[in-house]
Design a protein around this ligand. Structure first.
Ligand code: ZN
Length: 407
């Protein structure tokens, strides 16, 4: 199947755990089967609650109802409390003021902020998405992610910053927060997994997430990555590799890398044979530079840099942890790297990430580069990458996985 047709087949919202995600998984599975490959859908549980009511109202010194969405996987509540705008989220001098308040955050809900809210006795919270001068006031659907759930339960709502700003300007003092939802249950998300057997049992694993966030068709992020590893599978289906290749289309990446975490857990005892993970998250955009983040020994980053010169492809190579499905592999000791055409200029995680964000020419060029690199690795006499995660990378991974608080 050609590139743009593949993307058009994924041109719908595919939230992790939804029936639309299943439809996308079945499409990918069917396309692999057309190539003569065996592909299976591996289910894994994700948390889900159903929200029946989410309301926010300023009650003092004026009355105003504020459009909001409720945080899934939190708790039901009906509270009228003083509101406190927490400006300095990591500062004890500010945190000491939040006890029994509904805390207003001028952004999302990072792990360490949520932990501070719990530890300092907040009663609930309000987060904001968007920018003050957006044309729209689309409100994102949010959830308490699984690592945060373990810290405790606080009710929360999300609003658009355009609706939140007047609350700060007008010194909203007391707010009423109402949230009704079912207890948290397990829903089903899924990975699509396909193996191409090589001449040996050393494994290179390719990954790309195919889910999207609730407001987005996720073409650039990350139907393009799903397409990339499909094109690699298509190539290797007819060009038998030396090493064994595993392809994983990950579900629920946007909900906290849940698909790749589930894959590593399910295949834990075979991970000793996994030598390298090549992840793709967002390519082919009109704007933006190509970059690569390596979570492995420095030598791999140097090799990719030299390789890029050899083939004449501009690529900014750095080392560290990347917020995508490469990180669970690296966290499980599998050297990994993530390719992206990264830019803050193209929209992601909103309704503007559609077919208009991607260029057929750039998609073809980016995939050709990734394929060329993948051929080198798949057919190498020896897989050159040392199977260890250096200390400086491990530190970044620990920070990403909330093991250590970033300094
Ligand atoms: Zn992504």
């Amino acid at each position: 199947m050609n590139e743009m047709t593949f993307l058009k087949n994924l041109d719908f919202i595919r939230t992790g755990g939804s029936k639309e995600e299943l439809k996308a998984a079945e499409f990918i599975q069917a396309e692999l089967q057309k190539l003569g490959l065996k592909a299976k859908i591996e289910d894994f549980p994700v948390h889900a609650s159903t929200i029946s009511k989410a309301e926010l109202e300023v009650t003092k010194p004026y009355k105003k109802s504020i459009p909001c969405t409720g945080y899934m996987n939190s708790v039901s509540a009906e509270l009228t409390k003083d509101m406190y705008y927490l400006r300095n989220k990591n500062d004890e001098r500010d945190l000491q003021n939040i006890k029994d308040k509904i805390v207003f955050l001028d952004g999302g809900l990072p792990y360490w902020t949520y932990k501070s809210l719990i530890e300092n006795g907040a009663a609930g919270f309000i987060t904001c998405n968007g920018n003050l001068h957006d044309d729209d006031t689309d409100i994102d659907y949010k959830e308490i992610r699984e690592p945060l759930e373990k810290l405790g339960q606080l009710p929360g709502v999300n609003i658009h910053l355009k609706d939140g700003y007047p609350m700060i300007q007008n010194n909203a003092q007391t707010v009423k927060l109402t949230l009704k939802q079912t207890p948290v249950k397990n829903a089903k998300s899924r990975n699509v997994v396909c193996k191409i057997k090589g001449q040996d049992d050393e494994i290179i694993v390719f990954s790309a997430h195919y889910d999207s966030v609730p407001l987005s068709h996720g073409i650039y992020d990350n139907a393009t990555g799903a397409l990339t590893i499909y094109k690699l599978a298509e190539y290797f289906a007819s060009h038998k590799p030396k090493h064994t290749l595993v392809f994983v289309w990950c579900g629920s990446e946007e909900r906290g890398l849940l698909g790749s975490i589930a894959f590593c857990k399910k295949h834990q005892k075979h991970l000793k044979d996994y030598r390298l993970n090549i992840n793709v998250d967002m390519i082919g955009s009109h704007l933006g530079e190509f970059d690569t983040r390596v979570s492995a020994e420095d030598k791999l980053a140097h090799y990719i840099d030299y390789f890029s010169s050899e083939v004449g492809f501009a690529n900014k190579v750095t080392t560290g942890a990347y917020p995508s499905d490469s990180t669970p592999f690296a966290s499980n000791g599998v050297p990994s790297l993530s390719f992206a055409r990264n830019t803050h200029l193209e929209p992601i995680h909103c309704k503007y990430d559609d077919m208009s964000t991607v260029s057929e020419k750039n998609i073809k060029e980016d995939i050709a580069y990734i394929l060329e690199f993948s051929k080198r690795m798949a057919n190498s006499a020896l897989i050159p990458v040392k199977k260890e995660i250096p200390e400086n990378i491990q530190k970044k991974l620990d920070e990403y996985n909330y093991v250590k608080k970033p300094e």
